[in-house]
Design a protein around this ligand. Structure first.
Ligand code: ATP
Ligand code: LTN
Length: 216
């Protein structure tokens, strides 16, 4: 069966071994399976849910694409694009935000971790982040979404939103309900500084991770 693959990576700099083993390596394998249609998106609208320097962000978008290509994603076989260049992502997110429930978003552990203690000061974008992610996926009728374990809950939310939309508007299968593809072996590579946390781009310390640009 041919699969429609969609995934996104934030251009927040410092792509690391966790991103490669948990996600990008799988992007390449899926691209090389017969009949798959793969779309890989650099999700800059997601990146601006936390403060970004505009110049640095522009540079990080290019670096993320360069990392995709260096890792084996072939632009002749897969579509690589920048999320903010397609206004339908933001438009779709608004429509889906009228379907998603506050109670569902209140359970998202990534928001709780990123917002920290002072939730009142967190941006609405950070809170609504998983709805934009759902729009990314549902716009392309993706059947399968390769991600690391940390994104499992967001994908379950995406499935709930798609099912609720189809039920509410009585349109069976109008939105394709996607399946997560999570690697068994490398679904959660841990931080080198704190073994209880995942390796992350946004950790302030470079000693917490192996960056893909590190020398031998
Ligand atoms: P940030 O720290 O800015 O949230 P991140 O390091 O989590 O960034 P993302 O761009 O959010 O990176 O993730 C890109 C892909 O890499 C996602 O599919 C995510 O699940 C996966 N991923 C991220 N960190 C890890 C990790 N430590 N182990 C396995 N997969 C990971
Ligand atoms: N939320 C994801 C990045 C992301 C994504 C997507 C992944 C945005 N849109 C669509 C898969 C499908 C993250 O932080 N890793």
């Amino acid at each position: 069966m041919s699969k429609k693959i969609f995934s996104g990576v934030q251009p927040s700099g410092n792509l690391h071994l966790g991103n490669y083993l948990g996600a990008i390596k799988n992007f390449v394998n899926l691209q090389n399976e017969k009949n798959n249609q793969c779309v890989y998106c650099v999700v800059d609208l997601h990146a601006i849910t936390v403060k970004q320097d505009p110049k640095e962000l522009k540079n990080n978008i290019r670096e993320t694409v360069a990392t995709f290509i260096a890792s084996g994603i072939d632009p002749k076989k897969s579509i690589i694009f920048n999320q903010s260049k397609v206004p339908a992502h933001a438009e779709g997110a608004w429509i889906l935000s009228c379907v998603a429930r506050m109670g569902w978003l209140n359970r998202m552990t990534q928001f709780k971790e990123k917002a920290g203690k002072d939730r009142e000061q967190a941006s609405i974008g950070l809170y609504a982040y998983p709805v934009l992610m759902a729009a990314d996926i549902l716009l392309y009728d993706a059947t399968h979404v390769p991600v690391g374990n940390d994104q499992k809950q967001h994908l379950e939310l995406c499935r709930d939103i798609a099912q609720k939309f189809n039920n509410d508007f009585e349109v069976d299968n109008f939105l394709q309900v996607p399946e997560p593809l999570i690697q068994k072996e490398f679904s959660r590579i841990m931080s080198l500084k704190d073994g209880s946390k995942k390796m992350s781009k946004s950790d302030l310390s470079d000693f917490s991770r192996i960056n893909l640009t590190d020398n031998k």
